[in-house]
Ligand binder design. Structure first.
Ligand SMILES: Cc1ncc(COP(=O)(O)O)c(C=O)c1O
Length: 408
């Protein structure tokens, strides 16, 4: 039955992670070959792989597509182990690790597009993905159009070109948090002979991309999978062997891979991701509901709140939420006043990333969000990444910041 016809109760925040906890705790572990092995998969560092004979080298080289060890630039054992776990977690066939989440967005497009083709990007897309398309891809002869993230199928038709081969989605959108209709986008893309790419970083584990028609799923492993703000890594997962051969070939030709230590840290981070995310999702939703009642706040952009654009789609397609959402202040609070308020917080760092154990805020006003369509927040706005601190302490810190705002 297509995903959009399924009747589904609204997710209970924090509960959706239960179903992944056992899988995550038990996957990516060394299977003991003899009594006395360590619990975790070992990290092994290396460039050159040596073989007993030339015939062995040629035989293994022929299997570079199948996670065989050939040369360090094509991958290493812990990278391949991580790739297997991620392919299962995302529900795809194969995963390729690359050196950052941004590289996962850009490399996925490079692997599948060629000169003369056309890309559709949502206008809510992560800024560096936008910049890569309008600068780098343009230089390579790939043209990009931006569609409103909430466009319906009929509206989307006006953006399509005969050369459109890729439709990209990011759900929910960076900074503005609109949930996109992925099954509809998949139907639309496929009807026009294009692949659907989704940056699924926010939805990791809570949105199964391939069940909803996605062709290429992108993850910034830097966020929740690493979980400790100390790794930069990305992953691209596909569902067909045909797409895997294109992606893997491009990775081999580019020399794209992930360092063994970073891959090991992510493999370790995944073991605790379900409990971290359950806690962060619960705290974030509680904070979002609390912020909604504050007189200084005009809108809270959290997919689990009924007035968030695409909330019904979140209910239909996701099994949980994560810990990142947006806050828009009432008109009259200038970006400077908001800046002072954010500067005064003691538990929230000011920083661009998310998914770690520590809470962060980031201003999101000033042309960061849209380049083509309305949707930019009207008031001063910021994004909150909720960490593992006690939510009451986080509320108190924000309340202190708001008090400074009214008295400045
Ligand atoms: C939605 C999204 N995709 C991709 C990335 C890029 O990830 P990385 O920081 O690993 O390059 C980010 C980073 O913030 C992001 O928010």
């Amino acid at each position: 039955m297509p995903a959009e016809h399924k009747e589904k109760a609204a997710p209970v925040i924090g509960e959706g992670w239960k179903k992944l906890a056992t899988f995550l705790a038990h996957s990516g572990r060394q299977v003991p070959e003899r009594p006395g092995s360590f619990v975790n998969f070992p990290v092994s560092r290396g460039s050159t792989v040596v073989f007993p004979t030339i015939a062995d080298m040629e035989a293994q080289g022929a299997q570079a597509y199948d996670h065989q060890l050939v040369y360090g630039a094509m991958g290493n054992p812990v990278q391949h182990e991580l790739e297997k776990v991620l392919a299962q977690l995302e529900g795809g066939q194969h995963t390729q690790i690359v050196n950052s989440g941004l590289a996962a967005c850009t490399f996925a497009l490079l692997a599948f597009l060629k000169a003369g083709e056309h890309l559709l990007l949502p206008d809510s897309v992560y800024g560096p993905t936008r910049r890569f398309a309008v600068n780098f891809l343009k230089r390579l002869g790939v043209d990009t159009s931006f569609y409103p993230p909430q466009a319906n199928e009929a509206e989307l038709e006006s953006y399509i070109k005969p050369q459109t081969r890729a439709v990209f989605a990011e759900s929910p959108g960076s900074h503005t948090f609109e949930v996109q209709d992925i099954p509809m986008l998949a139907r639309f893309a496929h009807k026009h002979g294009a692949r659907l790419f989704v940056d699924n970083t926010w939805g990791i584990g809570a949105f199964q991309p391939f069940e909803h028609g996605v062709d290429v799923s992108i993850q910034a492993l830097t966020k929740y999978p690493s979980g400790h703000a100390d790794v930069i890594l990305g992953a691209i997962t596909v569902k067909t062997n045909e797409d895997w051969r294109l992606l893997r070939r491009a990775a081999i030709e580019f020399g794209a891979s992930g360092g063994p230590d970073d891959c090991w840290l992510v493999l370790r981070g995944l073991k605790t991701m379900a409990v971290r995310l359950a806690q962060q999702a619960r705290s974030a939703f509680e904070l979002a509901c609390w912020l909604k009642e504050r007189p200084e706040v005009a809108h809270v952009r959290h997919p689990a709140l009924p007035d968030c654009p695409g909330h019904e789609l979140w209910k239909r397609d996701f099994s949980d939420a994560s810990g990142l959402f947006g806050v828009e202040l009432v008109k009259g609070i200038t970006p400077e006043a908001m800046g002072k308020m954010l500067d005064s917080l003691t538990l929230f760092g000011i920083g661009a990333s998310w998914g770690g154990y520590e809470s962060l805020v980031l201003p999101t006003t000033g042309g960061l969000t849209r380049s083509h369509h309305p949707g930019e927040p009207e008031g001063s706005a910021f994004r909150i990444q909720v960490g593992l601190e006690d939510v009451e302490d986080l509320k108190a810190d924000l309340a202190g910041g708001f008090a400074k705002l009214t008295h400045s």
